[in-house]
Design a protein around this ligand. Structure first.
Ligand SMILES: Nc1nc2c(c(=O)[nH]1)N[C@@H](CNc1ccc(C(=O)N[C@@H](CCC(=O)N[C@@H](CCC(=O)N[C@@H](CCC(=O)O)C(=O)O)C(=O)O)C(=O)O)cc1)CN2
Ligand SMILES: [Zn+2]
Length: 756
């Protein structure tokens, strides 16, 4: 049995690439040093895959920022405003990723969006009417040759043309269909070049195939690949899908002359059925995604072998594959010094998953796989109880009734009460919660973790940061203040560390975007709260100001979606357990005179099923109630805010309103303001704060551009319902640009108020 990896993580086991890139951005290391870090990581990743006997090792899965951005650059999809900066190609690439403000000009970054149902983000390629899609880059080929020099045969990987055209944003009149010819030629040229270089296989990734496809989509796909596959020569083409099943195009893929089809048997609910129903062509290889690329639990060999056996009745050539790129899991358990061996044995990060491939290969080669020692050990592991139960939590969840999910009085009555209570100006200004997590803020936490300073010293530092932050917010004239979240490593990990039922790691980093990583906690049992988690810091902040102070919590859906969930109970059950715990925190904040409480649901949209038919039944039917459960117990005069990154929720706008928050802030500055129209049309009751500038870039917005945005919003949104805020938290920013930007924001709000 052969084995294949779709993609390997690239930031480095100790985030070497993150640190090198950030140092490069700060001008502290040279471009050569950055390139060297990249080369070292690639070499290490290829080597460990080779050592574990992986037969199809990816190359070009490495990226300095994002794989779709790499693909856009490979095919010359570089908007004129970036080309006009006249920078080197890597600098142009970083300008597209991060925006650029300097001697050569002032441009915003490309839009950034969620990569399907993950916490990874891609840069949205921007195609204008004058974009000329053609093969222009060499990275794909360079990395193939680089591996070859190290005696490693790789399978070059690149995002396929269908997914590229589907995810791109079209700024002119031309649409995807107008670029079919050029895109097909560009990919055909790529295959020709790979042919010349002697590549055996190429992996074209087409995750967009697991979404709902229209007949036009299928026609687009077919048109692209009819041309591309005619150019393949000796290169074998693997069309790789992941994150779901390909029910809308399975026969289409079988009919086209692909040499391999990669199918996800973990998230693809219908994958096995499709193979059984339609069969699988003898002249193609099935890359069967059976090792979970998204979760950190050990593979249960019994299940994997069982599916392989079922498949073998229908498929002649099978390669065992990961279900998606391993980008979405951490590197290795090796640096986890605090986890017990008892818990570690249930876990498999990327490196350990490579070992699973090696084991499965050995097991599969035995006359009786089920008698193999590795198999028996694995079965024994899965026969023991893994997760911790808490009967009190289960009883509390079982006793929930409809009333627990309903906040009274109704919204409009609360709105009146709250307007009277807070007496805020029109267009009230606020922020999303976090302030810069500067090197000193992290160093303080790091010192505490290492035991170099006492808990008291650690807290004292945070109190001082809070005091300074409150003073400065008052000084620049913000209306609703926050404490700044200096005590939080991350909005999810912090709660994971504070709640019972979670396990957390030291170095288990997963890339979220660019150089930014997260360390998702692991759900390890029933979840409960043993003590208040945020009250002390919020109450302290409140004691320093007469302005309203917004307490800051993370909601249950986001905590769950940004953790690694347990496998034995439903997501709904875990979400309700978390909701009950956060509910207690909400009530404690309220009891401590915190009049406004924000419950972030930044990840609500993320796990919306990729197929619309599953939205209500599998997700929204519990996710929205889970949020209501958190805040239904507060008084009418307590104002509940929520925050969601990204404004892509036009299609679930009623569900968002049904969360029944009093105010929602969200990202709108990077995307077009289409969401504003939808809010206007659907009679959205919740007050709204569509972000007026992009915090993902160090760029400082001008007063004029903020005013322009506000005035556009005011055309559609009732002025009594509009808030003014950045589009997300400020933790990734530096102090300087943060305060400069907020001053512009407050000034813009004042100037617009003056015109009313
Ligand atoms: N979970 C999650 N998902 C999210 C978001 C989010 O905020 N959280 N936001 C959206 C965008 N994604 C983001 C993801 C990460 C970060 C981010 O800022 N990450 C930080 C790490 C944050 C963190 O956990 N910091 C820790 C650890 C810091 C650290 O690196 N410590 C060093 C030592 C530091 C020192 O020498 O002082 C170490 O452990 O080696 C802390 O502050 O305590 C980073 O990559 O730089 C921002 C946005 C969507 N998804
Ligand atoms: Zn956000």
């Amino acid at each position: 049995m052969q084995t294949s990896i779709i993609g390997y993580p690239r930031v480095g086991a100790l985030r070497e690439l993150k640190f090198a890139s950030e140092n490069y951005f700060k001008g502290e290391i040279s471009i050569d040093e950055l390139h060297q870090t990249g080369a070292n990581l690639r070499a290490a990743h290829w080597k460990i895959q080779q050592e574990n006997g992986i037969d199809y090792i990816p190359s070009n899965d490495f990226s300095f920022y994002d794989g779709l951005l790499d693909t856009a650059c490979l095919f010359n999809i570089i908007p004129g405003r970036y080309q006009a900066l006249g920078l080197s190609s890597l600098e142009t690439y970083f300008a597209m990723a991060r925006g650029y403000q300097g001697a050569q000009g002032d441009v915003k970054a490309l839009a950034m969006k969620k990569w399907f149902n993950t916490n990874y983000h891609y840069m949205v390629p921007e195609i204008t009417d004058s974009t000329s899609i053609r093969l222009a880059g060499t990275k794909l080929f360079d990395e193939l040759l680089e591996a070859k020099q190290q005696d490693i045969v790789t399978k070059p990987v690149v995002i396929g043309p269908f997914t590229l055209l589907k995810l791109a944003k079209y700024t002119g009149v031309k649409q995807a269909n107008d670029f079919v010819h050029d895109a097909a030629e560009a990919y055909a040229a790529t295959l020709e070049q790979l042919n010349e270089l002697g590549a055996a296989w190429v992996q074209l990734e087409e995750p967009a195939l697991v979404t709902d496809l229209s007949p036009e989509d299928i026609a687009l796909f077919t048109q692209l690949y009819d041309r591309i596959l005619s150019a393949k020569g000796n290169v074998k083409v693997l069309v790789q899908t992941y994150f779901g099943d390909i029910r809308d195009c399975y026969p289409t893929l079988q009919a086209l002359p692909f040499d391999g089809i990669g199918i996800d048997f973990i998230e693809g609910k219908q994958s096995l059925e499709l193979v059984k129903q339609y069969g699988f062509s003898d002249d193609k290889v099935l890359f069967a995604g059976l090792v979970n690329g998204k979760n950190i639990w050990k593979n249960q060999y019994k299940r994997t072998l069982g599916v392989l056996q079922e498949l073998s009745a229908h498929v002649k050539h099978i390669v065992l594959s990961s279900s998606c790129s391993l980008l979405h899991v951490p590197y290795t358990l090796q640096h986890e010094t605090k986890l017990s061996d008892a818990s570690k044995r249930y876990l498999a990060f990327a490196e350990e998953k490579l070992q699973e491939f090696a084991h499965l290969k050995v097991i599969g080669a035995q006359a009786d796989p089920y008698a193999a020692i590795r198999y028996l050990q694995n079965e024994e592991l899965f026969s023991s109880a893994r997760f911790t139960n808490n009967e009190a939590v289960q009883a509390k969840a079982a006793a929930l009734t409809e009333a627990d999910f309903t906040r009274l009085p109704a919204f409009s009555e609360r709105e009146t009460i709250q307007k009277a209570r807070f007496n805020l100006p029109l267009l009230p200004t606020t922020t999303i919660g976090s302030f810069p997590q500067t090197a000193e803020v992290r160093a303080n936490r790091f010192a505490f973790k290492k035991g170099e300073i006492s808990e008291e010293q650690y807290k004292q530092f945070n109190f001082e940061k809070i005091a300074a932050c409150i003073a400065r917010q008052e000084e620049i004239g913000l209306d609703v203040l926050v404490h700044g979240e200096f005590e939080r490593n991350d909005m999810v990990e912090y709660f994971g560390e504070s709640l019972d039922g979670f396990m957390f790691t030291e170095k288990a980093w997963v890339q979220s975007y660019g150089t930014r990583c997260v360390k998702p906690p692991i759900v390890w049992g029933d979840i409960s709260r043993s003590k208040p988690m945020t009250v002390e810091y919020s109450a302290y902040a409140k004691s320093l100001t007469n302005k309203p102070l917004k307490g800051m919590l993370t909601g249950p859906v986001t905590i769950l979606n940004w953790s690694f969930p347990r496998e034995d109970i439903s997501l709904k059950d875990s979400a309700f357990q978390i909701a009950l715990a956060i509910r207690d925190e909400v009530l404690d904040l309220e009891a401590n005179q915190i009049e406004i409480i924000q419950i972030d649901e930044a990840a609500l949209r993320e796990k919306l099923p990729l197929r619309k038919s599953d939205w209500q039944s599998e997700y929204l039917s519990w996710a929205i109630p889970a949020f209501r459960l958190v805040h239904s117990g507060v008084q009418a005069e307590t104002q509940i805010h929520t925050h969601m990154c990204y404004s892509q929720f036009s299609d679930i706008i009623r569900d968002i309103d049904a969360m029944d928050a009093d105010v929602i802030t969200f990202e709108a500055s990077r995307s077009d303001l289409a969401i504003i129209d939808v809010i206007n049309e659907c009679g959205f009751q919740t007050e709204v704060g569509p972000g007026v500038y992009d915090i993902h870039s160090p760029r400082i917005p001008s007063v004029e551009e903020i005013k322009l945005g506000l005035n556009r919003m005011l055309e559609k949104i009732d002025i009594a319902k509009l808030w003014v805020n950045p589009d997300c938290g400020l933790k990734t920013r530096g102090d300087k640009e943060t305060w400069a930007s907020l001053e512009q924001l407050v000034q813009a709000a004042k100037e617009v108020r003056a015109t009313l």
